[in-house]
Design a protein around this ligand. Structure first.
Ligand code: UDP
Length: 339
């Protein structure tokens, strides 16, 4: 396959590129010029790999992306480019809208004009479910969508546009709703978020793990190579117009994570708008695409520890710096208690 991976310099994108190249596919990576090449440096001399530095939200994006699709005769687009994280999405909603919604629309539009795409895979997020009621756990694709903050809202709007291009223009699409992806090369810079990067940097620096609340909350942590396998299966399948959860289906508590990582803990306040538990219902993807997660939580955490050096220069968060970084989170999502 000739593939285009948008956001290929990022955490999940770089793993997907590795998987596609290993499977013998050709990969064009589309990302921002200013984004670091750290994650893709090892592919730069690979014959099957091309890097194209382009923005997906400029007045020329549709034309530029259409040229890329045509010049490289792309069969499959994996659209992973986007802005993540909660706090900056509260601070800059228009930027999130531009990148996550208009950026997605630009690629869809380029794909429509190109007319030869076999599949468009969209990276959606489990955050669009908001805070599911306890009877909605495990969470199937059918439950009502209730985004709690701009990031989640923009991921959902992107998903809706993907679906419309499927219905109206008959573009074959699949959206994958990812649950807490973790693995080597998860982001080390920028704003506070994603528990694995936070904890690993704390561990390297001998600082206590900043456990939110009592640490009994749980997340459906999903290992990145399993996620890449879901992307590949989605691309190869004849099915289109569907959304699938991608999760392990086995939530793990933060205390269990701490136990596996080993180290002291310090508690920080529970944050508003966060579910106590996330758990994907993965029946649909199992039955339809034949996908199952392979990497257990214990194996996944061990791989993280084996690669801990990657986080050596990552920011080390402390209760104080977390308090500073999450002020807007408490203020805007906290209702009265947040004030
Ligand atoms: N978490 C934590 N300490 C931190 C950061 C996160 O205990 O410093 C917990 C958080 O309460 C949540 C889990 O780790 O239950 C995953 O948090 P993350 O921000 O990675 O993902 P999300 O909450 O968006 O699912």
């Amino acid at each position: 396959m000739q593939t285009l991976v948008t956001g290929g310099k990022g955490f999940i994108g770089s793993h997907l590129i590795e998987r596609l190249l290993n499977d013998g596919h050709e990969v064009v990576c589309l990302d921002l010029e200013e984004a670091s090449n750290r994650n893709i440096e090892c592919f730069l001399h690979n014959e099957g790999f091309v890097l194209v530095n382009r923005n997906i939200v400029s007045p020329f994006s549709v034309r530029n992306i259409k040229d890329i699709l045509r010049d490289y005769e792309i069969d499959i687009v994996f659209h992973l480019a986007g802005l993540a994280d909660i706090v900056p999405s509260i601070q800059n909603p228009t930027e999130y809208f531009a990148t996550n919604v208009i950026g997605t629309l630009n690629i869809l539009e380029a794909a429509r004009e190109y007319g030869k795409l076999q599949k468009f895979i969209y990276t959606s997020s489990s955050s669009i479910y908001g805070i599911p009621e306890f009877f909605e756990i495990p969470t199937s694709e059918e439950i009502p969508i209730k985004p709690q903050y701009p990031y989640a809202e923009t991921k959902y709007q992107g998903e809706r546009w993907v679906s419309h291009y499927g219905q109206i223009y008959k573009l074959p699409t699949i959206s994958l709703r990812l649950f807490n992806v973790y693995g080597p090369r998860s982001r080390t810079t920028g704003t506070y978020g994603a528990v694995f990067g936070t904890f690993l940097a704390q561990k390297i620096n001998g600082k206590p793990f900043t456990v939110v609340g009592d640490g009994r909350q749980s997340r459906d942590f999903t290992f990145v190579t399993d996620v890449c396998d879901a992307f590949v299966r989605a691309a190869e399948s004849k099915i289109s117009g569907e959304v699938f959860n991608v999760g392990s289906g086995k939530p793990q508590t933060i205390l269990r994570l701490v136990e596996l990582l080993g180290g002291d803990i310090i508690h920080i306040p529970k944050r508003p708008g966060e579910p106590d538990k996330t758990c994907a219902d993965i029946l649909k993807i199992k039955n339809t695409l034949g996908w199952t997660p392979k990497v257990s939580f214990e194996e996944g955490v061990k791989i993280m520890l084996d690669n801990i050096d990657y986080w050596r220069n990552a920011p080390v968060w402390t209760p104080n710096s977390i308090w500073e970084a999450t002020k807007d989170w408490f203020e805007f999502l906290g209702g009265k208690e947040g004030k």
